[in-house]
Design a binder for this molecule. Structure first.
Ligand code: NAD
Length: 335
């Protein structure tokens, strides 16, 4: 029966609260947010004590797991404090707002007996799991390449509502750090580790609202010899389903919600996606609850959670290399 707490009671916290209350064994014991209105609302909605400061929560609430759902530039300080207090952590993506902060959390996790998992929940989507199973089986031969798109829409109001999202200091970047990182993580997880990055980040439509990028094109060279292309933008007028295609010696894998695998011998297999089961936004996917359940189920086991800081650092490194190439001599910190 894990006793759990939620730190950060903004937009994404709703899917965490839903998953906690749907879990047969979890008990929510506290919430934390420095914003008095959001704190009072969450504490009243869930009938638990509210803390304005996470250190008081860690010391007093008796939580065995904290869910950290806060702006990017707070992730590492909060997670390091929880691990130092021996409290397990479910941390929202990205790992950190800077690479240096991310490396600090990788080291803190390696030195702690508490566990930490990063919310790359889309790795739990049924079609994505099937892609990984097929690619790992060896039945498809060599993977030759991948191609992914994220064609989404965000408005100026989305950023006016939460100013941290549109800034280098608060978000550590824009569309790549906040939205497209999920698909980039899948691409590098499925196709293989990335050795070389070539790309450009730019701001095409939201320049009046944000200082960070809203569009990116990328070529990734994987250590197994495969090559991937990646295009992502928030300049679309709708949130289109992400696309992820993988080319192998013996089959073409195409993710469009469902996974379609077309084998060279003409066979076609389809794996459908589960329907979204929580009150979250559709483009967040349906798998937060699966990751959270998996994490709780492994509490007390030795060794790291499979999506730990070292694993989450892989997408962060690609994004920071993209920024380094895109903003040479920038007057702001893209590290
Ligand atoms: N996995 C996903 O699909 C997904 C979806 C949406 C957001 N996210 C991630 O969730 C995180 C939060 O995003 P959001 O859109 O909910 O942001 P938000 O701004 O709506 O909510 C963040 C909350 O954290 C609070 N906060 C700030 N500093 C804090 C601190 N030191 N201690 C406690 N609370 C603090 C804020 O007051 C706010 O209420 C981000 O990392 C974002 O990238 C993930």
């Amino acid at each position: 029966m894990p006793k759990v707490a939620v730190i950060g009671c903004g937009d994404v916290s709703s899917v965490h609260f839903d998953a906690i209350s749907a879990h047969p064994d979890a008990e929510l014991v506290a919430v934390c947010d420095p914003d008095p209105e959001r704190l009072a609302k969450a504490a009243a909605a869930h009938g638990v004590p509210g803390y304005a400061d996470h250190r008081a929560l860690l010391a007093e609430a008796g939580a065995e797991v904290v869910h950290i759902c806060t702006p990017h530039n707070t992730h590492v300080d909060l997670a390091v404090d929880a691990l130092a207090a021996g409290v397990n952590v479910i941390l929202e993506k990205p790992l950190a707002h800077t690479l240096a902060a991310g490396e600090r959390l990788v080291a803190a996790a390696a030195a702690s007996t508490a566990r930490i998992g990063i919310c790359f929940q889309n790795r739990y989507n049924a079609p994505v799991q099937e892609m990984h199973r097929l690619l790992s089986s060896g039945d498809l031969g060599q993977v030759r390449g991948g191609a992914a798109t994220v064609l989404w829409s965000r408005t100026a109001e989305y950023y006016r509502d939460r100013p941290w999202r549109g800034t280098w200091a608060g978000g550590g970047g824009g569309m790549m750090m906040n939205q497209a990182i999920h698909t980039l993580d899948l691409l590098q997880w499925l196709v293989g580790g990335v050795d070389e990055v070539s790309g450009e980040a730019s701001t095409r439509t939201l320049g009046d609202a944000i200082e960070v990028e809203d569009t990116t094109d990328l070529v990734l060279h994987h250590s197994n010899g495969a090559r991937s292309i990646f295009y992502a933008t928030l300049s679309n007028t709708v949130n289109a389903p992400i696309t992820l295609d993988i080319d192998t010696e013996k089959a073409q894998l195409s993710l469009r919600g469902a996974l379609t695998v077309t084998y060279d011998d003409g066979r076609v297999e389809v794996t459908p996606e589960r329907s979204a089961a929580t009150g979250g936004r559709g483009y967040w996917g349906a798998s937060h609850a699966l990751l959270i359940e998996d994490f709780y189920g492994q509490l007390g086991q030795p060794g790291p959670f499979w999506i730990d800081p070292a694993e989450a650092a892989k997408s962060l490194r690609i994004i920071k290399e993209l920024y380094r190439q895109s903003y040479p001599g920038a007057g702001f910190d893209v590290s």
